[in-house]
Design a protein around this ligand. Structure first.
Ligand code: GUN
Length: 297
């Protein structure tokens, strides 16, 4: 068997063009431009790259993009005051604080200062709780992208057995909830799991978000499984050449799986596309909520 490649670039391009069309309609018909504020604290090089590409994509979709760059030494009170201003700004519909935050800033205090209706990362305790309760929520972008790729590949997910490797707040934990909501049976492996191979072998769907190159071997996989590789590992070869690889031994998995995401070009492009879809969604909900309870003049 040679696995089909799941083309995340193509799926993300389709989603981005739908978002851009809907944005153009909102601007033409309602004179409302969805606005996304991105806050970057410090100068982490990887975060700089992510933030710059988020800003570029936001503008390409016809949305308003506002970037706030703060020094690593910023006082937490100053960062919280900025978030409060953005919460109150009617031109801003989505707020994203790039993680990780430099020490000693408190991630939970900073993230939970974001108004839940503008929390386009889905990281606030309110949105995490809503997702866990099966209530309407803004959902973290990478697991949302994973769900879209799985539904495109498999259709209805009911009854599928899924193993997720990695239980971070950004990917693994929200994905557990999303797959449970689609009536999957979900197993979760992490660094203390004794026999990850056995959990992988039992699965129809394997999602790997561990940050460990070549962690999942072809011999672990059940024939016909669908594999999503969320890992992005930057490696240097013997001659100093740089390569990006995922968490799955790709060539081995190709021979066993029925479908697999490549790295790069699989899950990665879905994250930004889902961020903009969330921003549009947040904007629409804010318009509806303003129409339900208009502020008296
Ligand atoms: N750092 C790594 N991934 C993410 C993400 O999806 N959102 C934010 N805000 N920071 C991140």
């Amino acid at each position: 068997m040679t696995a089909r490649l799941i083309d995340g670039r193509a799926r993300a391009a389709r989603l981005l063009s739908e978002v851009a069309e809907a944005t153009a309609r909102l601007r033409a018909e309602r004179d409302i431009q969805p606005g996304l504020a991105v806050v970057l604290v410090g100068q982490d090089p990887a975060s700089e790259i992510y933030v710059n590409s988020k800003i570029r994509r936001t503008e390409e979709a016809g949305m308003r993009s506002i970037a706030h760059r703060l020094p690593a030494e910023v006082a937490e009170a100053e960062l919280l005051a900025l978030i409060t201003r953005l919460n109150r700004d009617p031109q801003i519909h989505g707020i994203l604080v790039q993680l990780p935050l430099p020490a000693p800033l408190d991630r939970a205090r900073v993230i939970d200062a974001i108004a839940p209706e503008k929390d386009v990362d889905g990281f606030t305790a309110v949105n995490v709780g809503r997702l866990a309760n099966g209530e309407p929520a803004l959902v973290p972008c990478t697991p949302l992208g994973c769900l879209m790729l799985l539904e495109e590949t498999l259709g209805d997910l009911r009854g599928q057995v899924a193993t997720i490797i990695g239980c971070s707040n950004v990917v693994g934990r929200p994905l557990i909830q999303l797959l449970l909501q689609r009536d999957c049976s979900v197993m979760v492996a992490h660094r203390h799991t004794r026999n990850i191979a056995a959990m992988v072998r039992a699965a129809d769907i394997v999602v790997v978000a561990a940050g460990v190159p070549n962690l999942v071997r072809g011999s672990w996989l059940k024939p016909g499984v669908v594999v999503l590789d969320v890992g992005i590992n930057r490696l240097e070869g013997a001659r100093g050449e740089r390569r990006i690889v995922g968490d799955v031994a790709f060539e081995e998995a190709l021979a066993v799986a029925s479908a697999i995401t490549p790295v790069p070009g699989g899950v990665g492009p879905m994250t930004i596309a889902c961020l903009l879809a969330n921003t549009l969604d947040a904007c629409r909900r804010q318009i509806e909520s303003a129409e339900r309870s208009p502020v008296p003049a």
